[in-house]
Write a protein that binds this ligand. Structure first.
Ligand code: UDX
Length: 448
């Protein structure tokens, strides 16, 4: 099929490359000419495992092209996917759908053949219906433009895998024929037996919001118990393992630590609360403000641990290991790791941040922090080390090797990836979120 993908950010660039991999002819469109030039040259403006290879393969094969021209895609494609951003509005919790509206308007003005617009962006419930009405207003009787909503559930770090083999495909439509068109796009997924659920616009929009709200709640649930294990002296990792072995609960998203960040979960739970409020159902989603409160308190706790270990932060050298909001990503949007580094800096510490991939993005956002090119440079002579993102490079840290570079031997494991007794046995002052600092018994749970 001939497919355009409007918006070539994280979602759009991944989707375009994966559609080409599925055998379609694809044009990615963005209004940013620099982004388009770099993608057309096979250069990915962000880090995502496996995506650069797909991009290069399909730019080379000619199956994937890029443009800034709506006229070009409007005259060419059968299906137009929308992958533009819906950022949080300045000073408000609600999502700004202006980019989605602008994309649909531009398509409506330039489409010259029957086509289907398929929204993938995460939007407040009711947006698709509004866009439908916008399309009707622009309708040219000689072309039929349909609309479908097909939310995207991809995770950063697994974007290619999640796009090619999603857990499920949800499609919201107001015409069954449109669901068939979307099904044809994902024919390969159908062959893999991936569930394909057809519903109305509102349910499709809400499934996405509910999924993110649930994931955020699961993380804050375990982090709330961290506050209790900290108070009474239990071990949150073992608690999570014991909980997750109940098949009804499951082990995933129970990794206690510094909490959630990134471009989706924090923004989406705020947008959901704002939308519920607009609908007169503020109470239904009020628990999400507690979910966010728990999440932010983990950062305060990490700063508190650092302060208690050092007595005074002013003038102390701190190595902040990790800046990305999660490993295998260079994304620092709403990153708990970077937020903790900034809080320590603001309290007077001399902070050296080291992240295997995210230093450049972090230093662009917070140029006032110090940045180290290697782990060794960051920890050399540090009064305290904090593990803030669970990169493999940090999970495998050895207390003896690190001790040679850091005579102060003080470490905070804010992601619960280190084995406490190994560090305390090597003479380190060790602290973690949600578990004892010098446990008699340190059960290491299986990683979920
Ligand atoms: C999320 C959703 O998972 C995805 O379906 C949606 O499309 C976009 O938002 P992503 O932002 O890539 O994906 O990250 P995810 O893997 O969900 O992690 C989100 C945050 O939660 C990260 O900061 C991560 O460190 C944190 N997290 C995750 C935990 O603190 N504990 C966990 O057990 C799992």
């Amino acid at each position: 099929m001939k497919i355009s993908v409007i918006g070539t950010g994280y979602l759009g660039a991944t989707h375009a490359a994966c559609l080409a991999e599925l055998g379609h002819e694809v044009i990615g469109l963005d209004t940013d000419p620099l982004k388009i030039a770099s993608l057309a040259a096979g250069e990915l403006p962000f880090f995502e495992p496996g995506l650069a290879e797909l991009l290069n393969r399909h730019v080379a094969s000619g199956r994937l092209r890029f443009t800034t021209s709506y006229e070009e895609v409007g005259a060419w494609a059968d299906v137009h996917f929308l992958g533009v951003g819906t950022p949080q509005r300045q000073g408000e919790g609600s999502a700004d759908t202006a980019f989605v509206e602008a994309a649909v308007t531009s398509l409506a003005e330039t489409i010259t053949r029957d086509a289907l617009i398929v929204g993938k962006s995460t939007v407040p419930v009711g947006t698709a219906q509004r866009l439908r009405e916008l399309l009707v207003r622009h309708e040219d009787p000689s072309v039929r433009i349909g609309l479908a909503w097909n939310p995207e559930f991809l995770r950063e770090g697994f974007a290619v895998q999640d796009t090619l083999r999603p857990d499920r495909i949800i499609v919201g439509v107001d015409d069954a024929a449109h669901a068939e068109t979307v099904k044809a796009v994902y024919a390969a997924a159908d062959e893999l037996g991936i569930p394909f659920i057809v519903t109305d616009f509102e349910t499709a929009e809400l499934v996405k919001m509910a999924a993110n709200a649930f994931l955020a709640t699961k993380i804050s649930f375990i982090n709330a118990f961290s506050e209790i294990t900290e108070a009474v002296g239990g071990d949150i990792r073992t608690l999570a393992e014991g909980l997750g072995l109940d098949e009804r609960i499951g082990p995933k998203f129970l990794r206690a630590g510094l909490g959630f960040g990134g471009g989706c979960l924090p923004k989406d739970i705020r947008a959901l609360q704002a939308r519920a409020s607009e609908l007169g159902h503020e109470r239904s989603m009020r628990f999400l403000s507690e979910v966010e409160g728990i999440n932010l308190r983990r950062r305060e706790r990490a700063v508190f641990l650092a302060t208690s270990m050092l007595g005074e932060l002013r003038g102390k050298r701190i190595a902040a290991l990790g800046a990305a909001f999660k490993p295998d990503s260079d994304d620092v949007r709403d990153s708990p790791a970077l937020d903790v580094a900034v809080r320590l800096f603001d309290a007077g510490a001399d902070v050296a941040v080291y992240d295997p991939k995210a230093n450049a993005n972090a230093s662009q956002r917070f140029p006032r922090l110090g940045y180290a090119d290697s782990l060794a440079d960051a920890v050399m002579g540090a009064d305290l080390i904090l593990v803030l993102t669970e990169w493999d490079e940090f999970k495998s840290l050895s207390p003896d090797m690190l001790g040679a570079l850091t005579p102060a031997r003080k470490i905070v494991d804010a992601r619960n990836v280190l084995v406490a007794h190994q560090w305390t046995a090597a003479g380190w002052d060790f602290a973690a979120l949600g578990r004892k600092h010098a446990p008699v018994f340190d059960h290491v749970p299986v990683d979920a």
